[in-house]
Design a protein around this ligand. Structure first.
Ligand code: NAD
Ligand code: DAU
Length: 349
């Protein structure tokens, strides 16, 4: 089987590519990535020479390029992760999110439909999405697959739109599709504009750790390899036309999470207990900041037998160790463009 994975040089994509390349040597895995600021081939150096792996540098917004690679490689299936993924960036530049997340997804669907026309049913388009499409919860309740869409940031609006297009191609053209909507991931290779890697980086360097608003917003955290395992399960055993929610059963208020991380890093860096908490700095809130996300994954757990395998304590400890050991990776991605973007964001708050 020839599988096209888009966005495979990014955070989650790199773990999915590695899992498929190593677990399924009989598959040919193609990683299509534009290598934006968030794409990093250093995430895949350990498998880059594998015989069943090919990297393709390209942009999903470029329909002619997609047509060419589908003609040459004749993919059987697509796992689509490529996206602009950061909510704060979507607030400053919504169109970048429309281009990649909406137009890029529709380009991929069109190209797949054209190239798979003779035997559409033998193919699969698996779209990776987010719990943010469901909007914001109050103190109670969970998002299920039946929860009505209510996206509230330009990022989540663009992801919701792409989800709708994927389902529209299923109903209108009979495209075999699957969709999954996952909660917040954390783990190695996570770009340090997102809360956990940003906090690790700043605590390590004794810089302020920005907490938006009062830190009362709640997220449901899942170790990235458990997301990759869920994608493997859904890709192979999920039902065509269905949606699966994926969550960590692991809700944390941001402030509690950051305090936990500060204490863990004090231990790992041999600092006096409580020292890193002094870096916590409350800053202006994110515009339209969703209060709480919480996922009900019972469909995935009951139908496919998936469950998270890594506890939060283990996952966070492994993640901190990875960032402390991979200083070169961190220095590379936090220099140059990222640094000026981050400083600008921070000044604007
Ligand atoms: P990321 O930003 O780390 O990686 C995105 C990758 O897509 C990068 O390698 C980037 O170079 C590539 N890319 C961006 N625009 C492209 C384009 N036009 N053409 C080709 N490649 C392009 O993102 P991530 O956190 O790994 O998220 C991956 C997917 O999972 C996204 O679709 C995101 O919406 C979804 N998701 C993420 C999370 C999370 O917590 N990070 C949770 C649920 C769902
Ligand atoms: O829920 C899934 C989503 O999780 C994915 O679809 C997105 O791609 C991914 O980026 C993530 O979105 P969030 O906005 O939840 O993640 P982020 O790490 O940016 O923020 C997590 C929480 O921490 C959120 O409540 C905002 C807050 N925050 C974030 C940053 C970067 C801070 O308090 N300070 C910060 O510096």
């Amino acid at each position: 089987m020839k599988i096209l994975i888009t966005g495979g040089a990014g955070f989650i994509g790199s773990h999915v590519v590695r899992l498929f390349v190593t677990k399924y040597p009989e598959y040919q895995v193609f990683n299509l990535d534009k290598l934006t600021y968030a794409g990093n081939l250093a995430n895949l150096t350990d498998i880059e020479d594998s015989e069943n792996y090919t990297f393709l540098k390209g942009d999903i917004v470029d329909a002619a390029y997609l047509d060419e690679i589908f003609s040459v490689h004749k993919f059987d299936a697509v796992i689509h992760l490529a996206a602009e993924s950061h909510v704060d960036r979507s607030i400053t530049d919504p169109l970048a999110f429309v281009n990649t997340n909406v137009i890029g997804t529709v380009n991929l669907l069109n190209t797949a439909r054209k190239h798979w026309a003779d035997n559409l049913q033998d193919h699969l388009f698996y779209h990776i999405s987010t719990d943010e499409v469901y909007g914001s919860l109050g103190a109670e309740g969970f998002f299920t697959e039946e929860t009505a869409y209510d996206p509230r940031s330009p990022y989540s609006a663009s992801k919701a739109s792409s989800d709708h297009f994927v389902r529209a191609y299923y109903h209108t053209y009979g495209m075999p599709v699957k969709v999954s909507n996952c909660s917040n991931n954390y783990g190695p290779n996570h770009f340090p504009e997102k809360l956990i890697p940003l906090a690790i980086h700043n605590i390590k360097n004794e810089k302020p750790v920005p907490v938006y608003g009062k830190g009362e917003n709640v997220r449901d955290w899942l170790y990235v390899l458990d997301h990759a395992r869920a994608i493997d399960d859904i890709f192979h055993r999920g039902k065509i036309g269905e949606t699966y929610n994926i969550g960590g059963i692991n809700e944390w208020r941001n402030i509690d999470l950051i305090e936990l991380l500060c204490d863990l890093m004090d231990e790992k860096l041999d600092r006096p207990k409580g020292q890193s908490r002094q870096l916590i700095t409350f800053v202006k809130d994110r515009a339209g900041h969703d209060l709480r996300y919480a996922i009900d994954s019972s469909k995935l757990m009951e139908e496919l037998g998936w469950k998270p395998s890594v506890t939060f304590e283990e996952g966070l400890s492994k993640t901190v160790d990875w960032y402390l050991q991979n200083t070169e990776w961190l220095e590379n991605v936090t220099s140059g463009n990222y640094q000026s973007y981050y400083e600008q964001q921070y000044t604007d708050r």
